[in-house]
Design a protein around this ligand. Sequence first.
Ligand code: ADP
Ligand code: ZN
Length: 212
Amino acid sequence: MKLILLGAPGAGKGTVAKLLTKIDGSPQISTGDILRGAVAAGTELGKQAQAAMKAGDLVSDDLIMGIMEQRLQEDDCKAGYLLDGFPRTIPQAEALKKLLNKMGEKLDAAVEIDVARDVILDRLTTRRTCTGCGEIYNVKSNPPAVEGVCDKCGASVVQRDDETEEAISNRLNVYNDQTAPLVGFYKEEGLLLSVKATSSQSVIDAIQAKIG
Ligand code: ADP
Ligand code: ZN
């Protein structure tokens, strides 16, 4: 399936994408993961993205479109993809629309994962991420077996640079200002599926009910 996952930071886009990958085989494409990989590897892309990411601001549309134009044309995207964290601005959504037209492809849906703000705040401050494989933990509800060590790959599990209280509050404001308008954009496109998420499974169920 070809899906966009929309939702505030901490809404569960990554978790839903990972579950769908297991069901459907389509790759999860997370611009955040791609950028964090580039920062960790110290590439030119990483150097250009680093400061904005640390502050919780968005990386430039041009940089993101450069990454995504390439990524969407790779072989594993032929049958589908789960876009997690992209597009994030109206210009990115417009550019994606053009790109897909050019490639002769159509999205199945843009899924808005709707979660209350207090749930999100609590989640983000307690979230921890593996520096090796990107696995997500939560200090309260889902800690690794050994504190600070990933169950899956053994690398260290840390609080992300942009998960300080200040950066989190900035990321939520950036979401409201720049990304929330995409809900209206995809509604007009006739692609919007809005789900009040009581669990990640509830989101999966709604997606399967709509597109099978
Ligand atoms: P979140 O948990 O906020 O959904 P992500 O892992 O998706 O976080 O993104 C982390 C950071 O990477 C963002 O705060 C932003 O700086 C940058 N980023 C990721 N995707 C995009 C995008 N599509 N456009 C601009 N910046 C992006
Ligand atoms: Zn790991």
